[in-house]
Design a protein around this ligand. Structure first.
Ligand code: UDP
Ligand code: MG
Length: 317
C-alpha cells in the first residue's frame, strides 16, 4: 500500500486561480495514484486564509464535487506562513507526507513526482529549489536573490532560492510541531529540524492570474522578520560598531589634548557637529534594532495562538 500524500495550498483571495489550480492538481494526483506512487486516500488541502472574495465558496464546492479536495477555513487572515502552518498541522494527522505549495501555480507541479521519489528513497525533507528566475521581472529577481544573500550574511541559514515549496514526512512535521514560536519563518525552521534532506530543481513560472500578495513592503518586513527571528547578528554588529567608535573617540581625545597642550587652535565646529549627528544617528538605529528584538520577546511571551481554525472539510476515506 502506497503512502498518503497531502498537498497543502494556502489561499488568500485566489478565486481567479483556484479553478485552474484544482483541475491541474486533479490530473497530477490521479496520475500519481494510478502509478501506485501515492495512496488513493491522498488529498489536496486548500487553506483559506480569511479571504474576502469567494475563495472559500470555491473550496467548499470542490470538496462537495470531489473528495480529493479538502479545505481548512481560518477564522481570519493570518498571513501566508501561519496559514501554511495551519494546513500542515491539520494534514499531519492524516498524511504520511505533506507537500506545501502556492495557489498561483508558480511552483511547477511536475516537481511533485521527483519529491515523492526522494521521499521513498528515505528523505524526510525535500526542498523545491528554483533553477532560474528567467520568468521573474528584473526587480523581483534582484530583490529576491538579494534577500537570500543578505539572510545568509546576517546569520540565518536558509536554502538558497527555496521558497515554501517542499515535501515533509510525518516525523519531520511532528518535529516542526514542537517549535512553538509565534514569529514564524518556516524556511528558517525546517533546516533546524534535521533528518535527511535533499533538493529538487524546478522552473518557477509566472503567476497564473491575479496579483502577488507580497508587495515590496510586505517583502521587506518578511526579510527583516526572518533575520531577527533567526540570528542576533545585528546586535553583534552594533557591539562591533560601538567598539570601533569608542576606540576612535579615545584616539581623537588624545589627539585633541595634544593639540591643546601644543597651543593649537580649537578644533573645527563642523567636525564637531558632524560627529554629534553621526553618533546620534547610530544610537537611534541601534536602539531601534534592539527594540525589534524586545518586541519579538514580547510577542513570544504572550504565547498567542498562531491561527484559529473555523472549520475543516476532509473525507479521510
Ligand atoms: N497567501 C496567504 N495569505 C496571505 C498572503 C498570501 O495565504 O496573507 C498565499 C497566496 O494565496 C499564495 C501564497 O500565499 O498561495 C503566496 O503568495 P503570492 O503568490 O502572492 O506571493 P509571491 O509568489 O508573489 O511571493
Ligand atoms: Mg506567487
Amino acid at each position: 500500500m502506497a503512502d498518503i500524500l497531502y498537498v497543502v495550498i494556502p489561499c488568500y483571495k485566489e478565486e481567479e486561480v483556484l479553478p485552474e489550480t484544482s483541475s491541474r492538481m486533479k490530473k497530477k494526483m490521479d496520475a500519481l495514484i494510478s502509478q501506485g506512487k501515492i495512496s488513493e486516500n491522498s488529498r489536496v488541502m486548500f487553506v483559506n486564509d480569511g479571504s474576502t472574495d469567494s475563495t472559500w465558496e470555491i473550496i467548499t464546492r470542490l470538496h462537495c464535487e470531489d473528495k480529493l479536495f479538502s479545505g481548512v477555513n481560518l477564522s481570519r487572515n493570518r498571513g501566508h506562513q501561519n496559514a501554511l502552518l495551519a494546513g500542515l498541522m491539520t494534514a499531519v494527522k492524516y498524511a504520511d507526507m505533506v507537500i506545501s505549495m502556492d495557489a498561483d501555480l508558480q511552483d511547477d507541479i511536475n516537481a511533485i513526482d521527483a519529491m515523492v521519489d526522494k521521499y521513498y528513497q528515505g528523505c524526510d525533507v525535500v526542498y523545491g529549489v528554483r533553477s532560474s528566475r528567467a520568468k521573474d521581472t528584473f526587480f523581483k529577481k534582484f530583490t529576491a536573490e538579494g534577500f537570500y544573500k543578505f539572510m545568509k550574511l546576517m546569520g540565518a541559514d536558509i536554502v538558497f532560492n527555496h521558497a515554501d515549496y517542499r515535501l515533509m514526512s510525518k516525523r519531520a512535521l511532528e518535529g516542526l510541531a514542537q517549535f512553538g514560536e509565534v514569529n514564524l519563518f518556516l524556511r528558517g525552521i525546517v533546516p533546524e529540524i534535521g533528518y535527511r534532506s535533499d533538493t529538487v530543481e524546478y522552473e518557477r513560472a509566472e503567476r497564473f492570474a491575479g496579483e502577488s500578495k507580497y508587495p515590496l513592503k510586505k517583502m521587506l518586513s518578511f526579510a527583516f522578520d526572518g533575520i531577527t527571528s533567526f540570528s542576533i547578528k545585528p546586535i553583534r554588529l552594533i557591539i562591533d560598531l560601538g567598539f570601533v567608535i569608542s576606540v576612535l573617540s579615545v584616539i581623537f581625545l588624545i589627539y585633541s589634548i595634544i593639540v591643546k597642550i601644543m597651543g593649537g587652535s580649537v578644533a573645527g565646529w563642523s567636525s564637531l557637529m558632524a560627529s554629534i549627528w553621526l553618533i546620534g544617528g547610530i544610537q537611534l538605529l541601534s536602539i531601534g534594532v534592539i527594540g525589534e528584538y524586545i518586541g519579538k520577546i514580547y510577542k513570544e511571551t504572550k504565547h498567542r495562538p498562531r491561527f484559529i481554525i473555523e472549520s475543516v472539510l476532509n473525507k479521510e476515506k
